[in-house]
Design a protein. Structure first.
Length: 619
């Protein structure tokens, strides 16, 4: 896949944008006219810089309001066109994007449009240039790529071709099968954007909400396969207008862009039907362990929560100050090492989750996928007798370990040979989900990380009311729910999420949810053993009784155990929360009765309860 990105997609001055684009790995870039108008560099300087950076100039864009104009506007439009041709010669690109006209003066006379596009093709050909014609979703007379293609086909000029832009086609719901009619030599370039499905006018939707492939909800896999099927071999160029990206770091947005095209190449929600070098997404059978970095004092505090929840310290690391807490299949590692990543993590962030171990069948393939997406590997010196577990950098600088499914028991036996305590009868059955909190600006970036690396699907995006502002929340989960991760980002400076990030110095795990088959038993046992729960006000239970027609005896039991409740059809969800450990991380216990969500409806109740404990949950 030949990769390109429009300079409008990222922040900064044009030269900085181009450096970021080249560093991310792109083959080329489209120069957005406003970026050229606002730089101190001449068009020739830009061409030289792109040459030095190894970037092709894939297109100059956009040229608006060409076809269908009456005189004298028509003559003026063609004069303007000649001026742009001069710039293109200096920029070193032969392709100009002409969008379908939005001018109120443009006439719907098709013969006139054909004549104008033919004239443009003639003029371009004289200068050795080409014109790519694109149907804007809000074009006055041409707003459908089928109509744009019919014009290009009927003009039949070698210097006039089509530009397909996924946004304009998919926002209007145009079937991708219609791409089959397009001749590949007439498809000059393909522009790619994803977007959430929104009910709003096409122009505002396009200008503010476009996103990278994989971050939105458009059916891009079918669209891209339809383009490959006709034999297109040109550039795939991102054209993303998004307020968040324009406020973000050019380097990281460019890297996300490159990553998103590689994800598209292999298929976003299903493997592409075409040959690709992209290793497949990593399938996982779940989370093998969660590792906390902590001082000894913090580890003692953590113990007061782990024990009542049924964990026991079962073994110690062969050479390090690291303890394995366990019950059934759930492993919590507490790392008190005075040096290394865990220690620097603890010094920087305070006691917190520094790594997650994910079980994979094929470790080299998982690393291959990460490399192809330019996800950074983490290398740390390993003693000769230590078990090597490869890892990559994840959210907030934490690690994602790839644990080999075939050898994990051997790994535990080798790494943790010193037996401490026997396991207690398990209260919890598995890790249900891990909740990570991040800056609103990085939310889409981490979403892309997960959907790119792992075989996971996104749930719909939700907005959750914190007493101090809105929090955006979305989950990624494997098809079999073996791994579920929820992502939360907040714009509101004083929401719990934002305070978490401020006090924690960055993104990270905010809570871990464990599943049980009997939540009442866990709530009672844990309390008897000293676990403090987050208390839920009685008004909540009155409402639950009224809302669902629950038996008052049941709501009394839930109230006594601070258990929150949700229902989806016949499916039920019961959940309770611990108080915070190290004023930061907390635990959730859930019982799922065929319920597939996360109790989002209860999140405002939980957040308000935590806000009442504000000195404890971050001040
Ligand atoms: Mg476009
Ligand atoms: Mg949760």
């Amino acid at each position: 896949m030949k990769t390109s990105i429009a300079t409008v997609s990222i922040s900064g001055a044009l030269d900085a944008k181009l450096r970021a684009i080249a560093a991310a790995g792109f083959d080329g870039a489209e120069i957005f006219e406003n970026d050229l108008l606002s730089t101190h560099l001449s068009a020739r300087d830009v061409a030289k810089l792109m040459g030095d950076l190894g970037l092709a100039c894939t297109m100059f864009q956009p040229f608006r309001d060409l076809e269908g104009l009456p005189e004298p506007q028509r003559t003026r439009a063609f004069d303007r066109l000649e001026r742009k041709f001069d710039v293109m010669a200096e920029l070193g690109t032969d392709l100009l994007l002409v969008c379908s006209s939005c001018s109120p003066l443009a006439e719907s006379d098709r013969a006139r449009m054909i004549a104008d596009l033919h004239e443009a093709g003639e003029r371009a050909a004289k200068r050795g240039l080409r014109i790519g014609y694109e149907a804007l979703a809000w074009g006055r007379h041409v707003n459908d790529h089928r109509d744009a293609w019919a014009l290009v086909r009927d003009v039949d000029h070698p210097a006039l071709g089509l530009v397909l832009d996924s946004f304009h086609s998919l926002a209007r719901g145009i079937p991708s099968s219609s791409i089959g009619d397009i001749r590949p030599e007439k498809l000059f370039i393909v522009q790619v954007a994803d977007a959430p499905v929104l009910e709003m006018d096409h122009l505002s939707w396009s200008r503010h909400f476009r996103s990278m492939p994989g971050q939105g909800e458009f059916p891009l896999d079918d669209w891209a396969d339809a383009i490959r099927r006709i034999g297109y071999e040109g550039y795939w160029s991102l054209e993303i207008f998004n307020d968040r990206f324009r406020a973000g770091s050019a380097t990281s947005v460019a890297l996300d862009g490159y990553r998103s095209l590689k994800i598209l190449e292999g298929g976003i929600t299903k493997p592409s039907g075409f040959q690709t070098d992209m290793p497949p997404r990593v399938t996982t059978s779940g989370i093998e362990f969660i590792e906390f970095a902590a001082s000894h004092e913090e580890a003692d505090a953590l113990e007061t929560m782990l024990r009542p929840l049924g964990f026991r310290p079962v073994s110690r690391h062969r050479s390090k100050d690291v303890t394995r807490w366990k019950q059934g299949p759930i492993n919590i590692i507490v790392n008190c090492e005075p040096e290394g990543l865990a220690h620097s993590f603890d010094s920087m962030h305070g006691a917190s989750v520094c790594a997650i171990g994910v079980v994979v069948d094929d470790v080299p393939a998982a690393l291959g996928r990460a490399d192809a997406l330019r996800i950074q590997r983490f290398e740390q010196a390993v003693a000769p007798d230590e078990w090597p577990i490869p890892s990559v950098r994840g959210v907030g600088g934490s690690l994602v370990y790839f644990v080999d499914a075939a050898t994990r028991e051997a790994m535990w036996a080798h790494e943790f040979p010193t037996v401490l305590e026997a396991e207690a009868p398990p209260l919890l059955s598995r890790i249900d989900h891990v909740a990570q909190t991040m800056q609103y600006e990085e939310f889409l970036s981490w979403l892309l990380f997960y959907v790119g690396l792992f075989d996971v699907r996104k749930t719909p995006q939700l907005e959750i009311a914190d007493p101090m502002g809105l929090v955006q929340s979305q989950a990624v989960q494997t098809p079999d729910r073996a791994m579920r991760i929820t992502l939360n980002g907040s714009l509101a400076a004083q929401s719990l999420s934002s305070r978490f990030i401020q006090n924690y110095f960055g993104a990270g795990v905010q809570h871990i949810a464990f599943e049980t088959q009997d939540i009442f038993a866990v709530a009672e046992q844990a309390k008897a053993d000293g676990l403090e729960r987050l208390d839920i006000p009685h008004n909540y239970y009155d409402d639950q009784e009224a809302r669902w027609g629950l038996d008052p005896a049941l709501t009394d039991r839930m109230a006594a155990a601070d258990i929150l409740y949700d229902r989806d059809g016949e499916a039920e969800y019961l959940q309770f929360y611990s108080r915070a450990f190290a004023r930061r991380v907390f635990f959730e216990i859930v019982e799922r009765r065929n319920y597939d969500g996360y109790g989002a409806v209860n999140a405002p109740i939980r957040l308000a309860a935590q806000a009442r404990h504000k000195p404890e949950f971050l001040d």
